[in-house]
Ligand binder design. Structure first.
Ligand code: NDP
Length: 450
């Protein structure tokens, strides 16, 4: 008789949990996964995928604006309900694919709420199951800070299911979700104000990205206001009035709070079972994703390392190798590229200029800003920004940063170059693809700063 019901019991069928479960099963482990909501987690249901679909939708707005210069004219009409219905249909299809992936891998799916009872026991809707290892992959959840009227604000979760496109929207928060949704709402035609409590949004990104994106969003007509927050929201009928910290008031139909996501660890029984959590609820883990209890592991957003889907997947992959493939693997966080699907996109990999200087590197900065070819005919006043941070001593490229169309697509390839330790000389000897925006990354010859 086996000592446990399962080798691995995963709580949460999001990107990380599903990857860890199915790869562990492929290594011969007996695996079950519990999920209390739709399969696929945040990324599939209320994150990356529906967000990107809405971003695509929002871009048509400016494509229509740009087309007369290319000889086109059309009558425009936008139907929010149709977009959301089509998006929902696609999400359901993806939910089905996740179900099939688990079934094909031989992973048992239990739909219900799971709790950790002790280091080797979970309860799913009260039914006890034992496992050699328990994996916590429960993700994160957005919340609205408490202040008078905060109950009238929505989060990104609700934004994906609004019954209609609001005429006026206030977006609060200057992180990924804030700038992405400001671009979505503005592009779809809502009058959009974005508030950020600090001097300049996207804290942690390279300053040239932060400034370029702010310029481009303002040129498009997004009402960006920094050093401001909401102190009170009042509701009258279908409308909301926000009183800002400078005493001014703003009316809107929707107020979206994008002020961070917390780990979804409450009601899991983790602390009772001896698993240590950080003050923000994130599971404390070591480099192999092991919690403070030997048989309990955690990956993805609920560990608050890097809240990015591909990172959760890499952590899940590494864990399966560690536990069931005799290959202890630490996930690598080196040169993780990331894109903000703002309008226009930001793409970044490696060190920012400030980080490089802070780490004591003597650096050269190469920076280029230019009007994309497409806008010579569209007439749009848009500039793309590209930047390289180069270590003077080794000539290695330490960071690549971009604001402009397709930045997310372009920076992916550069991340490979950085992981290979590419030097500026190797960037320079690479032939460009002409005419493209990407070629600028291999043709920057003049230093902008040292
Ligand atoms: P972020 O942590 O990225 O940004 C939160 C923003 O809200 C910051 O500007 C922060 O300000 C501000 N903020 C925090 N608390 C308050 C408060 N009490 N009042 C006012 N402002 C506040 O969180 P997001 O919600 O945007 O996204 C969560 C995570 O999800 C991201 O960090 C990212 O890892 C992931 N994500 C990734 C995406 C992608 O890869 N494209 C897309 C969407 C999300 P300050 O900077 O001053 O702290």
């Amino acid at each position: 008789m086996a000592q446990y019901d399962y080798d691995l019991f995963t709580i949460g069928a999001g990107s990380g949990g599903v990857r860890a479960s199915r790869i562990s099963a492929s290594f011969g482990a007996k695996v079950a996964v519990a999920e209390e909501r739709d399969l696929g987690g945040t990324c599939v249901n209320v994150g990356c995928i529906p967000k990107k679909l809405l971003v695509y939708a929002s871009h048509y707005g400016e494509d229509f604006d740009d087309m007369p210069g290319f000889g086109w004219t059309v009558e425009r009409h936008f139907d929010w309900a149709k977009l959301i219905a089509n998006k929902n249909k696609e999400i359901s299809r993806l939910n089905g694919i996740y179900r099939k992936i688990l079934a094909d891998a031989g992973v048992t799916l239990m739909e219900g709420h799971a709790e950790v009872v002790d280091p080797h026991t979970v309860a799913v809707d009260g039914k006890r199951i034992t496992a050699k290892y328990i994996l916590v992959a429960v993700g994160s959840w957005p919340s609205v800070p408490k202040f008078p009227g905060s109950e009238h604000a929505i989060t990104s979760n609700e934004a994906f299911y609004l019954p209609s496109l609001p005429e006026r929207v206030i977006v609060v928060g200057g992180g990924y979700i804030g700038v992405e949704f400001a671009g979505i709402f503005h592009g779809l035609g809502a009058r959009t104000t974005q508030l950020y409590r600090g001097d300049l949004f996207l804290r942690g990104f390279d300053d040239d990205i932060r400034k370029s994106l702010a310029d481009e969003m303002r040129k498009r007509g997004v009402d960006l206001r920094f050093n401001l927050d909401i102190s009170k929201i009042e509701k009258h009928g279908d409308g909301l009035t926000a009183t800002l910290t400078d005493g001014s008031v703003l009316d809107a139909e929707q107020i979206l709070y994008a002020t961070g996501r917390g780990s979804k660890t409450p009601d899991l029984g983790l602390e009772k079972a001896g698993v240590k959590l950080k003050a923000n609820g994130a599971v404390v883990v070591d480099e192999y994703s092991k919690s403070t209890i030997d048989s309990v592991y955690a990956i993805g957003d609920c560990t608050d390392r890097m809240m990015l889907t591909p990172v959760a997947i890499a952590e899940g992959m590494a864990l399966a190798n560690t536990l069931f493939n005799d290959k202890p693997t630490k996930p690598s966080y080196l040169n993780v590229p990331t894109a903000v699907f703002s309008t226009p996109n930001c793409g970044t990999v490696g060190l920012t200029e400030a980080e490089a200087r802070g780490r004591g590197y003597e650096i050269d900065i190469y920076r280029s800003t230019f009007k994309p070819l497409r806008h010579t005919l569209s007439g749009r006043d848009e500039r793309t920004m590209m930047k390289l941070v180069v270590d003077q001593a080794s000539d290695k490229v330490l960071g690549c940063h971009m604001v402009g169309p397709d930045a997310g697509e372009i920076v992916q390839g550069l991340a490979i170059a950085l992981n290979c330790g590419a030097t500026k000389a190797q960037f320079d000897m690479t032939i460009g693809i002409h005419p493209s925006a990407a070629e600028e990354f291999v043709t920057m010859r003049s230093k902008a700063a040292s």
